[in-house]
Design a protein around this ligand. Sequence first.
Ligand code: EPU
Length: 430
Amino acid sequence: MDKFFITGGIPLRGEVTIGGAKNAVVAILPATILAEDVCRIENIPNISDVSAMIEILSIMGAHVKYINKNTVEIDTRFINSYVVEHDLTKQLRASYYLIGALLGRFNRAEVANPGGCYLGVRPIDQHIKGFEALGAKVITDNSIVNAKADKLLGNSIYLDVVSVGATINCMLAAVKAEGLTIIENAAKEPHIVDLANFLNTMGADVRGAGTDIIKIRGVKKLHGCEYSIIPDQIEAGTYMVAAAATKGDVLVKNVIPKHLESITAKLIECGVLVDEFDDSIRVRMNRRPSKCNIKTMPHPGFPTDMQPQFTVLLSQARGLSVISESVWDNRFRYVEQLTSMGAVIHVGGKTAVVEGVDGLNHAVVRADDLRAGAAMMIAAFIAKGTTEIGDIYHIERGYENVVEKFRSLGAVIERREFPDDDQRIQMGAG
Ligand code: EPU
């Protein structure tokens, strides 16, 4: 169980380059199963969720070749089974995209549901509703999802909740289904648009991604392609907030400013100076932030995946801020860690009331999940003294070269390896 040791109190300054989007790549890698040739994918982030997905594809029989550390060529023609072992799928939540992709290719899929994470209940009823609308029979037994169709036929799918995962899984299953599929109340996140662009580059006919109605006309075959993943909106947002929270000055490069609008708007509301350029954003701050209320929403609303990082920023604000989480049932678990550092936050259900204070204390904390871990890092950059963060594997699932990138901004951060029998941290793990 490795840990970060961060000595805070230093304003972050300099330039940082953002990598490819985690939540796009974890959908695009399984989508290669639908292609009948080699796909070359560029701007792949160097994170453990990607290595896990690539390992799953390789074990299934795909030929995977790294051209360099961010470019991979995948040939899935050699995959001949629709069954994925449970031990593999439990490594990452996004393995449920294998259901849609395998169903699209073989009309069958047998994949273990990776189960709930730490954000609350994570049902997949809307994914199943979509598969069934396309003609599949879906049985879930002992957490194994078994989906089977004689033939997939296009249909209308109305999603009862706006779900990123269900939208993506329906797209994967529908691209080769016969006829027209219409997904209504679809999610509109940038990674949905990126997947649609990837599928279309392979010869699919997907229109309307980025709006709440996606129309897919099934095609018989998808060919190989070359594609570059979009920059990671949440990685960018995390560095923007870290710059503001440490009263620093950071140029965040390789971003799509349009994807960051809700984050930028909230930073400006807090009094942060934000300059937008074509593909970079400069964030500067020289005082305590102003209070600000936040409600998380599906895109284009404020992203839930930025909520923990903003709570840390607002823990330093002048005045009282209210943060409402409307996507996940249980996304304030990290608050306990933050209050141990001196933040004053009261959580009731899906709302947190943050009373701003000036500064935080160093402490021994842990990363409860990926974004909570990023929030702990920002808190540690603010705090005077050295903060120890455990369970950092959560952070490394989604932030590439996080130590090097923060160090290049002047952060004092060390990553130390500890044997797995470190009892204190194991007990802390959620
Ligand atoms: N929901 C249902 N039924 C379903 C699917 C979802 O009720 O069949 C509910 C969920 O319980 C939740 C809401 O709908 O309350 C939204 O869930 P969604 O399906 O959109 O989430 P997801 O696809 O499981 C992705 C990201 C999450 C991000 C959410 C929301 C990936 C791999 N994960 O999850 O990212 O929080 O969308 O934007 O794309 C992260 O990156 O840290 C992360 C957790």
